[in-house]
Design a protein around this ligand. Structure first.
Ligand SMILES: *[C@@H]1O[C@H](CO)[C@@H](O)[C@H](O)[C@H]1NC(C)=O
Ligand SMILES: *[C@@H]1O[C@H](CO)[C@@H](O)[C@H](O)[C@H]1NC(C)=O
Ligand SMILES: *[C@@H]1O[C@H](CO)[C@@H](O)[C@H](O)[C@H]1NC(C)=O
Length: 380
C-alpha cells in the first residue's frame, strides 16, 4: 500500500505534463491526511507484528513442550520397568529390582513418582526383591479415560486412598508378587499402605510408615491453612507452569531444580524428573492427590475404626525430628504429636524410630539412614 501511493502521484503529474512540477512534487512529503493514514497503518502493522510475536510466545512453548513430552515419554521409561494392565484399560507402572523373599513394596509420598525410592530400592535390592510403582496419574501410570464404572469407583473417588489401594491390590495380583510382603509407605503412601494392610491383612507381614500423615491432621486449622492455602496453590501453579511450557523453559535456564540431586542421581533420572516437572498430566495427578488428602485421611480413620489391623502384622514408624525443616516449629510439633499419639493407640505393637536431623524428604535426601533403619528393625 505504501509503495503504490507515490506511483499514483507520478501518473497524475505526467498527465499534467509539467516536468518541474513533477520533480518538486516527488520530493514533497505526502499530504497530511495521507501521513495520518500511513502512521495509522504502520501502527496497525506494528501492533500486528507484536501481536504475532506474543502469540508465538504463548503458543510455541506449550507446543514444543508437548512435542518433547511425547518423545521423552517413550525414551525415559526406565529399563526393567513394566506397564501392567490392572483391568478396565488402566495400566500401572511397576519396577522391581533384586530377588528373594519377602518382597518389599514401596509406596511414594504425596504427588511423587516411584523414582523417589531409587537409592533405597537399589540398596535393599541386594537383600531381596524390591518393587516401586507409580500411582494412577503419576509418573508413567497415565490415567486411562474412564468410560465404565465398577463397584469401587462408586465408593471411592479418584485420587483418594480407597481407590489407590484398590488399584494397588489389582497390581500386586496382576504382577504375581509373592505374598505376604513388607509394605512401606511415606506421607500419602503411608495412608495407603495402612489401608491396604487393614483390608488385605493376610497379604502383609510388615507395615512400615515413613513420616506418615496423621489421619486427624485436617482437624487442625493450622494444618488446613498450610495445606490448602500454601501447598495446594503452589502445586496448582506448577501445573499451570507445566501446561504453558514455562516449566521447561525454567528448567532449561536452570531456574527450576528437580528434587532428586546428588552423586548417585543418573543422567536419565535427572531427565526423567525434568520430564515429570514439565508434564501437566503428572502435575495434575499431584494436585489431585494433595487436594483430596483430607478425604484419604478420613478413609483411613474410618477403616482403622471398623477393621483393625491384625495383631500378627508388625508395624514400624520412622520419622525425622521435624516434619519439614522449612515449616514453623508449631506445625512440626503438631505433626510429631499427632503421628505418635494416634499411632500408639491404633497399633500397640508399633516400634518407633526417630532419626535426628532429617525431615519428610529423608527417603531421597538421607536414604542411607532410612535403609539402615529398615534393615535394623529386622525386616530383611
Ligand atoms: C473405553 O473405550 C475405548 C474406546 O471406546 C475402548 O477401547 C476401551 O477399552 C474402553 N475402556 C474401558 C475401561 O471400557
Ligand atoms: C551411592 O550408591 C552406592 C551404591 O548403592 C551407595 O553405597 C552409596 O552410599 C550411595 N551414595 C549416596 C551419597 O547415597
Ligand atoms: C476436604 O476438603 C475439601 C476442601 O476444603 C472439602 O470440600 C471436603 O469436604 C473435605 N473432605 C473431608 C472428608 O473432610
Amino acid at each position: 500500500m505504501q509503495r503504490r501511493k507515490p506511483k499514483e502521484d507520478k501518473a497524475g503529474d505526467r498527465a499534467g505534463n509539467k516536468a518541474g512540477d513533477w520533480h518538486r512534487r516527488a520530493q514533497q512529503k505526502p499530504d497530511s491526511s495521507d501521513a495520518a493514514a500511513d502512521t495509522q497503518k504502520s501502527w496497525y502493522s506494528h501492533v500486528l507484528s507484536v501481536g504475532k510475536f506474543v502469540l508465538l510466545l504463548i503458543f510455541i512453548p506449550p507446543f514444543l513442550n508437548y512435542a518433547s513430552l511425547q518423545r521423552e515419554g517413550l525414551l525415559l521409561q526406565p529399563e526393567g520397568g513394566h506397564l501392567i494392565d490392572i483391568g478396565l484399560g488402566q495400566k500401572l507402572y511397576i519396577n522391581c529390582k533384586g530377588a528373594g523373599q519377602p518382597v518389599v513394596l514401596l509406596d511414594a509420598p504425596t504427588g511423587m513418582s516411584s523414582d523417589v525410592w531409587f537409592q533405597i530400592q537399589e540398596d535393599l535390592s541386594h537383600l531381596t526383591k524390591v518393587c516401586a510403582y507409580d500411582r494412577v496419574g503419576l509418573g508413567f501410570s497415565k490415567r486411562a479415560p474412564q468410560n465404565e464404572t465398577t463397584g469401587m469407583e462408586k465408593i471411592w473417588r479418584e485420587s483418594t486412598t480407597g481407590r489407590m489401594v484398590d488399584d494397588l491390590h489389582r497390581l500386586t495380583k496382576e504382577a504375581s508378587l509373592q505374598k505376604p510382603f513388607i509394605i512401606v509407605g511415606s506421607e500419602l503412601g503411608a495412608l495407603n499402605v495402612r489401608f491396604y494392610s487393614h483390608i488385605h491383612d493376610w497379604e502383609v507381614s510388615d507395615l512400615v510408615l515413613i513420616d506418615p500423615i496423621p489421619e486427624d491432621i485436617f482437624k487442625e486449622e493450622m494444618w488446613q491453612d498450610y495445606w490448602y492455602k500454601d501447598v495446594v496453590p503452589r502445586l496448582q501453579a506448577m501445573q499451570f507452569s507445566a501446561a504453558t511450557g514455562l516449566s521447561r523453559l525454567l528448567l532449561i535456564a536452570g531456574w527450576m531444580q528437580q528434587p532428586l540431586v546428588g552423586l548417585n542421581v543418573s543422567e536419565d533420572l535427572i531427565r526423567r524428573q525434568k520430564y515429570l516437572l514439565s508434564n501437566p498430566a503428572h502435575q495434575s495427578g499431584a494436585v489431585d492427590e494433595h487436594f483430596f488428602l483430607n478425604e484419604s485421611a478420613f478413609q483411613v480413620r474410618e477403616i482403622s475404626k471398623y477393621k483393625p489391623l491384625s495383631s500378627a502384622t508388625s508395624v514400624t514408624v520412622i520419622t525425622g525430628d521435624k516434619y519439614d525443616e522449612l515449616l514453623p516449629t508449631q506445625i512440626n510439633e503438631m505433626v510429631a504429636r499427632l503421628q505418635e499419639h494416634r499411632l500408639v493407640q491404633i497399633y500397640p505393637q508399633a516400634q518407633f524410630f526417630k532419626i535426628a536431623g532429617v525431615d519428610r524428604r529423608m527417603i531421597y535426601r538421607n536414604p542411607l539412614d532410612v535403609t539402615k533403619h529398615l534393615v535394623d528393625s529386622g525386616h530383611d
